[in-house]
Write a protein of this length. Structure first.
Length: 234
């Protein structure tokens, strides 16, 4: 299959999700330029993340023998943590002090956009190598997975902004930590189940993915319908 068709198949799922989330922002649409910046920098951060991951994986493999413990450390700390930190750094740099960040749903739009910028570029490399079968599989698993990790990052990120607005510094720091830890745990569990590859782990993976789809959609819909200004303290 042609390069351009594969590229379109790799890019389209992420753009469709971003567009859907954008339309769910009912009160005040975010600037397209800001969302494009998040998408682009989310992609750019793939490169330093890949370097850091490669170094950490090599280091961990020099300390641990192949097996479940190595898979756990590699997937949770060498991959999931580094990737979520990369997305978080783009999110924080571009939006924390941006005057457009004035509603709670904005945090979800921003975090999902940064996550999908990362996912789209990563997806291109996998699809170029693996072809249409990889494109179809990742369109329903990996790309939505990054969006869901981004959603959970955004939930805590928005709460942190509310806490800052009302002078609760300790609460702000707690939510910012959760903005990294929660998606890292979900991402690590997702990758760990796949890397183990046993029937039991694949069953857990299936339950995890279905559960994330259901919870993510409910949280996204509720956040859209019940959006409030950052200045509102409830």
């Amino acid at each position: 299959m042609g390069f351009y068709i594969l590229t379109a198949l790799a890019v389209l799922p992420g753009l469709v999700i971003v567009a859907k989330v954008y339309t769910m922002d009912k009160i005040e649409k975010e600037p397209i330029g800001l969302l494009l910046l998040l998408l682009v920098l989310g992609g750019v951060v793939c490169f330093p993340v890949a370097i850091a991951e490669s170094f950490l994986v090599s280091f961990v493999k020099s300390l641990l023998v192949a097996g479940t413990l190595l898979n756990f450390v590699e997937n949770f700390f060498c991959v999931a943590l580094i990737e979520e930190l990369g997305k978080y750094s783009v999110l924080k740099l571009c939006t924390w002090k941006n005057h457009n960040f004035d509603y709670r749903f904005d945090a979800l739009v921003y975090s999902i956009s940064a996550a999908l910028g990362f996912a789209v570029l990563e997806n291109c490399f996998y699809v170029w190598e693996g072809g249409i079968q990889v494109a179809l599989m990742r369109a329903v698993l990996s790309v939505p997975g990054h969006a869901m990790f981004g959603l959970f990052m955004g939930i805590s990120y928005g709460l942190a902004k509310v806490a800052e607005k009302h002078g609760r510094e300790k609460e702000k720091k707690s939510h910012l930590r959760k903005a990294i830890i929660v998606p890292m745990i979900l991402h690590g569990a997702y990758d760990f189940c796949l890397s183990e590859g046993t029937y039991g782990m694949m069953g857990i993976f299936l339950v995890l993915v279905i559960g994330m789809y259901i919870v993510s959609w409910k949280r996204l819909k509720a956040a859209s319908q019940g959006d409030l200004p950052i200045s509102a303290d409830i």
